[in-house]
Ligand binder design. Structure first.
Ligand code: EPU
Length: 343
């Protein structure tokens, strides 16, 4: 494996923002991963594991350690279980299985990024999340440098969360993921936008659902389309916050109808996009070279030549306004990589 020096990270992210990595290498195997870890450890450097760069904001200073890009490839099928290497493109995998009439990930079409990132943040959209189909995650345990297979219950999947981005953050490097899909299974049509699209139709093919999802994402600027400035982003910039029923009621008393979804006993999830707009930030709003997508209030975008500092200034302005108006601290969804981060 080659270790490159001072490699610009911006082209490796969907935001197109960020300074250089001190060192950069592409791992095509588990032994490359071990070599990378040992390289960083022996020099006392921090390590950052890069997947598709679709949920990432890199600082303008870049990263003073080793960025290890996961480039492990391969898809194997055993019965209805697909073992997919972490460096495979997620949307290509979805396209292939949907065409072969396997159900389980059709609503996750059009999501940018690699397979290895999907268990980390329990990728979800349009009424589906990967936790429903993942049956095993194989990862290198950095405590032992040995591979380990984790069962779903060990992964601690929740909304946009797993042990990989919370309690055990920095411990594992995902190398492949097993998804159990359903041959000729029916597509999931639980999300309002999708139901509306297929209204009145009892049956719809998996491919039609995946296409509808892609079209909805495209309309919201959430599909990577060359030349579309609205998709120079990291998708949703904030998580949808969960509040108590009492807090929800206080907001509703002041604002009238508040969109929300039940989120367990006595709790409601409020769309962050709604909070952002209500706090005074309309679609298309901008601050310097950073802005809000013209098609979705939750996507912060690089309007061209934006710096990470521009995006952070906008993030802070939005988060402060939402907190002041609603008493909710919005939590960013993307990962931040800067001089102090890494493992
Ligand atoms: N809304 C607004 N303004 C907007 C957009 C939306 O007020 O500009 C409100 C509306 O009330 C709308 C509601 O927000 O009904 C929900 O909007 P949408 O269906 O677009 O979904 P979301 O909650 O904003 C979440 C995920 C997306 C995922 C979609 C579809 C999070 C943080 N985001 O967005 O995931 O694609 O649902 O399931 O959970 C991502 O994680 O990067 C991502 C794009």
């Amino acid at each position: 494996m080659r270790f490159l020096d001072q490699i610009a990270l911006a082209p490796y992210t969907t935001f197109g923002i960020g300074g250089p990595a001190r060192y950069f290498a592409e791992a095509a195997s588990e032994s490359d991963i071990r070599e990378g870890v040992e390289f960083a450890r022996s020099r006392g450097l921090p390590l950052f594991v890069l997947g598709g760069g679709s949920n990432l904001l890199v600082s303008d200073e870049g990263f003073p350690g080793l960025v290890l890009r996961i480039a492990l490839k391969g898809v194997e099928r055993q019965g209805d279980v697909f073992r997919v290497a972490a460096g495979e493109d997620w949307d290509e995998f979805v396209t292939t299985v949907v065409a072969d009439r396997y159900a389980g990930v059709e609503c996750l079409a059009g999501i940018p990024g690699t397979v290895g990132g999907t268990p980390v943040q329990n990728v979800g959209a349009y009424g589906q999340e990967v936790a429903e189909t993942i049956v095993a995650v194989r990862a290198i345990d950095l405590r032992t440098l040995e591979p380990r297979e984790l069962a779903p219950r060990e992964c601690g999947f929740e909304y946009r969360r797993s042990i990989f981005n919370s309690t055990e953050r920095g411990r594992y490097i995902v190398t492949c993921v097993d998804y159990a899909l359903r041959k000729n299974g029916a597509p999931r049509l639980s999300y309002a936008d999708l139901k509306k699209h297929f209204s009145g139709r009892a049956e719809s093919a998996l491919t039609e659902v995946a296409t509808a999802v892609r079209n909805i994402r495209k309309a919201k600027g959430m599909l990577i389309v060359e030349g579309d400035p609205d998709c120079r982003s990291a998708g949703s910039f904030f998580k949808n916050p969960v509040v108590t029923a009492a807090h929800y009621q206080r907001i509703a008393d002041g604002a009238g109808v508040v969109p929300s979804y039940p989120a367990g006993e006595g709790r409601q999830k409020i769309p962050a996009a709604w909070l952002v707009e209500q706090a005074g930030f309309h679609k298309g709003y901008f601050l310097g070279r950073a802005g809000i997508s013209s098609r979705h209030a939750l996507a912060l975008i690089n309007r061209g030549e934006a710096t990470a500092a521009d995006v952070i200034a906008l993030r802070d302005r939005i988060a402060e306004a939402v907190e002041q108006k609603f008493g909710i601290r919005l939590e960013p969804e993307p990962v931040f990589l800067g001089p102090q981060s890494g493992i």
